[in-house]
Design a binder for this molecule. Structure first.
Ligand SMILES: [Ca+2]
Length: 68
C-alpha cells in the first residue's frame, strides 16, 4: 500500500495477483531465483513525492511464478 501522493521510483509494474493493487519492484535473490533459508536480500525503495508531503506505505513480499 502506498499513499496516493507518492510514486514508487523505478517500479517494475503494478501487482495484479493480490489486492490492493500496488507498485512493485523485483528482488534479486541470486541465480537460483529462490530466497533460501539463511539467505538475505536488501531492497532500497525510493519514492517521488510531488507535494513534498509525508507519505504512508506498507510492504509485502510475494513469491512464486508470476507473483506480481
Ligand atoms: Ca538464492
Amino acid at each position: 500500500m502506498l499513499s496516493s501522493n507518492a510514486i514508487l521510483f523505478g517500479a517494475a509494474g503494478t501487482t495484479t495477483c493480490a489486492t490492493p493493487a500496488s507498485p512493485y519492484v523485483s528482488v534479486n535473490v541470486e541465480t537460483d531465483n529462490v530466497l533460501s533459508p539463511g539467505e538475505s536480500a536488501t531492497v532500497v525503495l525510493e519514492f517521488t513525492t510531488p507535494t513534498n508531503a509525508g507519505i504512508v506505505y506498507t510492504t509485502r513480499v510475494l513469491t512464486g511464478p508470476n507473483a506480481h
